[in-house]
Design a protein around this ligand. Structure first.
Ligand code: SAH
Ligand code: SF4
Length: 348
């Protein structure tokens, strides 16, 4: 497979250009197309000579995704299924709101953590995404709306901190001035709680936001929801979160999927409030989406009661609305589905 030009170091690109008999300033032009102009093909780079565009095409890729299906939900959610160079597929979701456009990007094909209620987890693990495959999802969504998205959440398929190097490299390209230039405060990495990864993320020097999908506030409940292989002790996760806050000065988020009869009691809310106090986190409650399986969302009044309990303990908490449910784009519903719902547009 040809390498992505985005990940070829600038110096190597200038050397390659020299070998092609091209002036060095072409490297700047090419980078401008790849990042500032978000070009998706060498053919679009119309200030480059045709011979150079052809040589680039023969040696590198400008864009690593082939969107093969696009679905739009009534509430302005767009979901793409994209094919990668090796034929594997991933999903990317754009959530449009009047004040901001957020793209939810995938970091792996499938996921090795395999949380019991998660559609991605059920796919098992296929492979890590490369940094360009991660970044290009932001470009895909931005080009849909004609400007850079305002927020990026690494909350799609996969566990980003089990693909640390590629995710970090993609986010550096996303946040740096000579990359896409999206401010670190507008980027959130969501993890199921990989302590070493949380610490490494803090130590990158980029204070991206951290969200931890704790799932539940006791070891016993967590053991029912997360298989042992990638389930770290709660204490290690909380200590890593404290390190992240100390280094980045960012307020983390705890994400809790509320599952009926599993983690939704008033005692669960009280335990969660204690944890949120300790790590100075806000809480985002997500009623479980997988309504058809054995894991169900609690009734709305129970979710609201849980929310009120947290708020009464002075925790900054929200109950997430279900965006994109009609097209299986809501949390935990991303998978490489082969069936086609009727609201689907096949892309050429
Ligand atoms: N692996 C990372 C990021 C991807 S999962 C993580 O776990 O944080 C993104 C979010 O979807 C997580 O907060 C997860 O808890 C949530 N999620 C997974 N399955 C879900 C379901 N069935 N209903 C609601 N949210 C779900
Ligand atoms: Fe993986 Fe996150 Fe799904 Fe768990 S919730 S299986 S970590 S994608």
């Amino acid at each position: 497979m040809k390498p992505s030009l985005k990940t070829v170091p600038y110096r190597e690109l200038t050397l390659w250009l020299e070998q092609q008999g091209q002036p060095r300033f072409r490297a700047n032009q090419i980078h401008d197309w790849l990042f500032a102009k978000r070009a998706m093909a060498f053919a679009d780079m119309n200030n480059l000579p045709t011979t150079l565009r052809e040589a680039l095409e023969a040696n590198f890729t400008a864009f690593s995704l082939k969107p093969i299906r696009k679905q739009v939900d009534g509430d302005h959610t767009v979901k793409w299924l994209s094919e990668l160079g090796d034929g594997k597929t991933i999903e990317t979701v754009l959530i449009r709101a009047p004040e901001r456009d957020t793209v939810c990007i995938s970091s792996q094909v499938g996921c090795p953590v395999c949380c019991v209620f998660c559609a991605t987890g059920k796919m098992g693990f296929q492979r890590n995404l490369k940094s360009a495959e991660i970044l290009d999802q932001v470009i895909l969504a931005s080009n849909e709306i004609g400007h850079l998205v305002s927020n990026v959440v690494v909350m799609g398929m996969g566990e980003p901190l089990l693909n640390f190097d590629n995710v970090a490299a993609a986010l550096v390209m996303l946040s740096s001035k000579d990359g896409l230039g999206l401010g670190v405060r507008h980027v959130t990495v969501s993890t199921s709680g990989i302590p070493e990864g949380i610490r490494r993320l803090a130590d990158t020097g980029y204070p991206w936001n951290l969200a931890v999908s704790l799932h539940a506030a006791t070891e016993d409940q967590r053991s029912k929801l997360i298989p042992p292989r990638h389930r770290a002790p709660l204490e290690d996760i909380l200590a890593a979160m404290e390190h992240h806050s100390e280094v980045t000065h960012r307020m983390p988020t705890l994400e809790i999927v509320l599952v009926n009869g599993v983690n939704d009691s008033p005692e669960d809310a009280a335990r969660l409030a204690n944890i949120a106090h300790r790590v100075h986190a806000k809480v985002n409650l997500i009623p479980c989406n997988n309504d058809s399986g054995p894991y169900q969302a609690p009734p709305p009044e129970k979710c609201n009661m849980f929310l009120r309990h947290l708020i009464s303990r002075k925790i900054q908490a929200t109950l997430r609305l279900r965006k994109g449910k009609g097209i299986d784009a809501a949390c935990g519903q991303l998978h490489s589905k082969s069936t086609q719902p009727p609201d689907t547009e096949e892309l050429p």
